[in-house]
Design a protein around this ligand. Structure first.
Ligand code: AMP
Ligand code: MG
Length: 407
């Protein structure tokens, strides 16, 4: 029988150090060409410039009449009707006007247009109520986008407006950073598939499924490596296989002080172990290693610990790997809606509901914060960073919170 160790041989690092150590190992992955018209959520790997002017011709900005501003206020003879679409070939002479619809190219000779609301037309004769400056109500060539103008910069996280811009300039393929492939391995002799019979005392594998969902939500491809029993050779083989097929490997469980906690020694054997303990709750044994340029996160077994560690340490890395220029969740100051007794040993990320009330963000706890109580994460849209200390913080005290969901 192996003896239980009393003290961890792994030095404890701070949250800030751990985050910095992880991010120092991250660079965007290689790039691929994708359909620009459904590229939302991807990050551009090159700057896209406009190959043409938008609009390409002077166009009417409103429904009304195209005319010559130099004709002043005198009535005009209406000689044609122009709709949006092709160029007309029409020439507007002195004393003439053409009905024109929004977006129709301006006819030659006309240098302004007047909205229909400011006109009257009777028996083919147009009278206008206002004198016009040259160019009035005309969209000029390149007014919205000029030919050659950089439209979307390299590193842009493509959103709906960006898809619209790419469509506008006729760019239908774009280079983007590849999405990371993330393999997830559950460990533990007691862990069984949720769909398999559960022997008394066994635990259903919630971590692998929750982590794979979080991986997909972070924009990555999730690959299941199944459940590995607590056996050194078996876990080592599963990890090596994961490293072959994925960019990032996540393991759950097997990183604490138990005699069957094998992940840390395996990672130290096959790669470089950067840290094996972080001074925070809930997730002190969170471990980070690299091997052959790939990232390996040994996440704790308790369901809340594994998901909170994912949020704080893994998700930013996954976003940065796909080129996201802002890989971190937004931080805000939130007021606490009930007193909090600080704990002396470690800072804690508490799961909270953030709501906007009376001109401030308020954080209320999701209830008992036990590491096994996954319900404490359900419904939470923020992680409140409660510092270590020995005071009781009063209602209204302000703490840093990470926004993890819609407010
Ligand atoms: P460990 O760090 O491996 O000792 O795991 C700590 C506790 O987390 C175990 O006793 C289980 O109750 C729980 N646990 C471990 N792996 C999983 C998993 N994949 N899904 C749900 N709970 C787990
Ligand atoms: Mg275990």
């Amino acid at each position: 029988m192996t003896e239980l160790r009393r003290e961890s041989p792994y030095p404890m690092v701070s949250i800030t150090t751990a985050r910095a150590v992880v991010m120092a190992q991250v660079a965007p992955l290689d790039t691929e060409q994708v359909d620009a018209l459904s590229a939302e959520g991807r990050v551009l790997a090159a700057t896209i410039s406009a190959p043409e002017d938008v609009p390409d011709l002077p166009k009417s900005a409103m429904d009304g009449y195209a005319l010559r501003s130099a004709d002043g206020l005198r009535p005009r003879r209406v000689v044609a009707e122009l709709t949006a679409g092709a160029q007309s070939g029409l020439l507007i002479g002195p004393g003439e006007a053409a009905r024109i619809m929004t977006g129709a190219p301006m006819p030659a000779g006309a240098d302004a247009m007047i909205p229909v609301e400011l006109t009257e037309e009777r028996d083919g004769l147009l009278s206008i109520q206002r004198e016009l400056q040259p160019g009035a109500y005309v969209h000029t060539v390149g007014q919205d986008i000029a030919c050659g103008q950089p439209v979307l910069a390299c590193g842009t996280l493509i959103g709906a407006a960006d898809v619209g811009l790419l469509a506008t300039i006729g760019v239908i393929r774009v280079p983007v950073f590849r999405r990371p492939r993330v393999a997830v391995l559950a460990t533990g002799d007691e862990v069984v598939e949720p769909f398999a019979p559960r022997p008394a005392g066994a635990v259903r594998d919630s971590n692998r499924y929750a982590l794979m969902a979080a991986v997909r939500e972070a924009g990555c491809e999730a690959i299941s490596l199944g459940i590995a029993p607590d056996d050194y050779a078996g876990q080592r083989a599963a990890i090596l296989h994961g490293l072959e097929i994925a960019d990032v490997l996540l393991t759950s469980g097997g990183v604490s002080m138990g005699t069957r906690d094998l992940i840390k020694p395996i990672l130290a054997e096959i790669g470089t172990l950067h840290f094996g303990r972080i001074s925070f709750k809930p997730g002190k044994p969170t471990t980070f290693a690299t091997s052959g340029g790939k990232l390996i996160f040994g996440l704790p077994g308790y369901p809340v610990s594994s998901l909170v560690s994912f949020e704080v340490f893994v998700r930013p890395a996954l976003r940065a790997l796909q080129g996201d220029p802002r890989p971190q969740r937004p931080l805000v100051l939130a007021k606490i809606s009930a007193p909090i007794r600080l704990s002396s040993d470690r800072p804690e990320y508490q799961r909270v509901v953030l709501t906007w009330r009376e001109g401030a963000l308020w954080a209320s706890s999701t209830g008992s914060q036990g590491s096994s109580r996954l319900l404490s994460m359900h419904g939470s849209n923020g992680l409140l960073l409660v510092p270590a200390g020995d005071e009781i913080l009063p209602v209204g005290a302000e703490l840093e919170a990470m926004i993890t969901g819609a407010l």
